[in-house]
Design a protein around this ligand. Structure first.
Ligand SMILES: Nc1nc2c(ncn2[C@@H]2O[C@H](COP(=O)(O)OP(=O)(O)OP(=O)(O)O)[C@@H](O)[C@H]2O)c(=O)[nH]1
Length: 515
């Protein structure tokens, strides 16, 4: 009688195998609930409960608590640890040749003719050997950059992702010409925001998904098992000349099992990709500015820290450029307000400061109607210096906001003069590292990126004061709320952006010529 391979119980309950791998000895054993799975038909410890799985999951990822996520999304939106598992391969089958049964039942010429006809209908390789069906490939896991995603919050809600397993070879134990390979499982594709860095948890960098559609294969699905033909020993030799997939002894049965998928823990870090970063103290008017010049609809209110997560907006091309205006389009990121001590974790802390990394230009918004706007300006520059002095090298435009208020208007000339006094005439590249280098550098374990050159220079730069860094590319007084001088501000931002692009192009050219 034909037999399907008798698999170890772990393989007959593949989900259970996964659970064993995931949770190992942490699984509490219980016989008290309805949701029991039989672990081992012959073993003594038989049951594991669904409840126990949930308990373990909570321990693994505390941030999945929906209440915490709702209350403090800004702490979780840009970083998450997930566990992914690619699908196991489907199993092959152990088959017998139909002739084996028939040979014992019937003899004679007529039967032999039928046998040879059947033989001809099997799938064969170019060398004439039989092709036997294989188990389906387990699903791969792919992470890709999706423009429709803004944050990593969703992944906190679901931190485990399992691809499906490949289908088994559906065989009744006898080789027939109708046998098909097991179905390959679909790939599991996980969308993340553009700008997500994918790393192994506490390990190496796998990918930096900077462009929409960028993707990385993070776990390959298991291969399907092969099928084997089982034969009485006296007939084995003859069949072996026909096909290599002949079972020699019991140990060959493992070849029929699909390979298990890979399980990997990954750390995903979002680094906002924007040309321009808006910085300033809380309430300076950053979100209002973003709403005034782009279609973005950020929350605006007269209390500090209305902005908890970066908001992105798209600045249209400069109409003065005519058909070439598209080259002057830019993305703006409105970042949460900085306060004194932010680099030490005060206010919303330092985490979101890393979102400046991929900007080319900073727009520093100052509330000119404040009691001491010059001091406010210096505070933010100091915070940047303490966090990462490389940010002070980046070209920037100062926007003195709220000039619709007389208090601000009166201060404007003196304030502009004072700000211009702070800073040197040194050009960015002379400081040892271009902004472009920094944009391209990749994060290390600790979060912030370091390249050899920056690691050396950052320490030196820390000793310098903000007056040693470049002056602003421009200072403009505006009221973004009332639309006063907004066009002048746009002109300055675009001019500064153009300069950044030109210098980056020049850098690229000189790098290429050195190659
Ligand atoms: N009078 C006047 N008020 C303004 C102007 N721009 C912004 N405001 C007001 O200032 C307050 C703060 O504005 P936001 O745009 O939320 O400030 P923000 O810098 O994004 O604040 P955070 O989100 O806390 O970082 C709001 O009440 C705005 O209406 C302006 O040009 N003139």
């Amino acid at each position: 009688m034909a037999t399907l391979v008798s698999l170890p119980s772990a393989y007959l309950t593949p989900r259970l195998t996964i659970d064993k791998l995931f949770f190992g000895p942490l699984l509490p054993i219980s016989t008290s609930t309805k949701h029991n799975w039989d672990l081992n038909k012959s073993g003594k410890s038989r049951f594991c409960t669904i409840k126990s799985r949930l308990t373990t999951r909570t321990k693994e990822s505390p941030s999945t608590n929906p209440d915490t996520l709702l209350k403090e999304p800004h702490k979780y939106f840009d970083q998450v640890i997930i566990t992914i598992r690619s699908g196991d391969g489907g199993h092959g089958a152990i088959l017998t040749m139909p002739s084996q049964q028939r040979a014992t039942k019937s003899q004679g010429k007529h039967d032999n003719k039928e046998k040879s006809k059947k033989k001809l209908s099997y799938k064969r390789d170019f060398d004439g050997s039989l092709i036997l069906p294989v188990g389906g490939h387990g699903g791969d896991v792919v992470i890709y950059a999706d423009e429709g995603k803004d944050t990593l919050l969703e992944l906190h809600k679901k931190s485990r992702h399992n691809a499906k397993r490949g289908g088994n070879v559906a065989a009744m134990g006898v080789l027939t010409s109708q046998l098909r390979d097991g179905l390959a499982a679909p790939n599991l594709r996980i969308p993340v925001p553009v700008g997500t860095v994918v790393k192994r948890k506490r390990g190496k960098l796998l990918a930096d998904l900077k462009q929409p559609g960028d993707e990385v294969l993070v776990a390959r699905g298991g291969q399907g098992g092969i099928s084997l033909i089982e034969m009485p020993e006296y007939r084995r030799k003859k069949l072996m000349s026909l096909t290599t997939n002949v079972m020699r002894d019991e140990s060959d049965k493992v070849l029929v099992l699909g390979q298990p998928g890979e399980e990997v823990s990954l750390e995903l870090i979002l680094r906002v990709v924007a040309d321009v970063g808006l910085i300033g103290l809380p309430n300076a008017g950053k979100s209002t500015l973003l709403a005034a010049i782009t279609l973005a609809k950020p929350d605006i209110a007269d209390y500090p820290f209305t902005t908890l997560m970066p908001n992105l907006g798209r600045l249209d091309g400069d109409p003065d450029l005519g058909p070439g205006q598209y080259s002057s389009e830019a993305t703006l990121a409105d970042l949460p307000g900085l306060i004194e001590g932010a680099h030490l974790g005060k206010g919303l802390g330092r985490n979101f400061l890393r979102h400046l990394r991929r900007t080319r230009l900073l727009v520093h918004v100052v509330d000119a109607s404040g009691d001491d706007p010059l001091n406010d300006y210096i505070t933010v520059r100091e915070e940047l210096r303490m966090y990462n002095p490389n940010y002070l090298e980046r070209p920037y435009v100062v926007v003195l906001n709220k000039i619709d208020l007389p208090k601000a208007r009166d201060k404007l000339p003196h304030l502009t003069e004072e700000i211009l006094k702070i800073g040197s005439d040194i050009v960015h590249s002379e400081l040892g590292m271009s902004s472009r280098d920094e944009v391209q550098s990749l994060p290390t374990e600790g979060g912030e990126a370091t390249t050899l050159s920056s690691a050396i220079s950052v320490e030196d730069k820390m000793d310098k004061g903000i007056e040693d860094y470049p002056r602003p590319a421009a200072i403009v007084g505006v009221s973004v709320l009332k639309g006063i001088r907004v066009n002048d501000m746009l002109k300055e931002i675009r001019a500064a952006l153009r300069k950044c692009r030109d210098s980056n192009d020049a850098l690229e050219l000189s790098a290429r010529s050195r190659e």
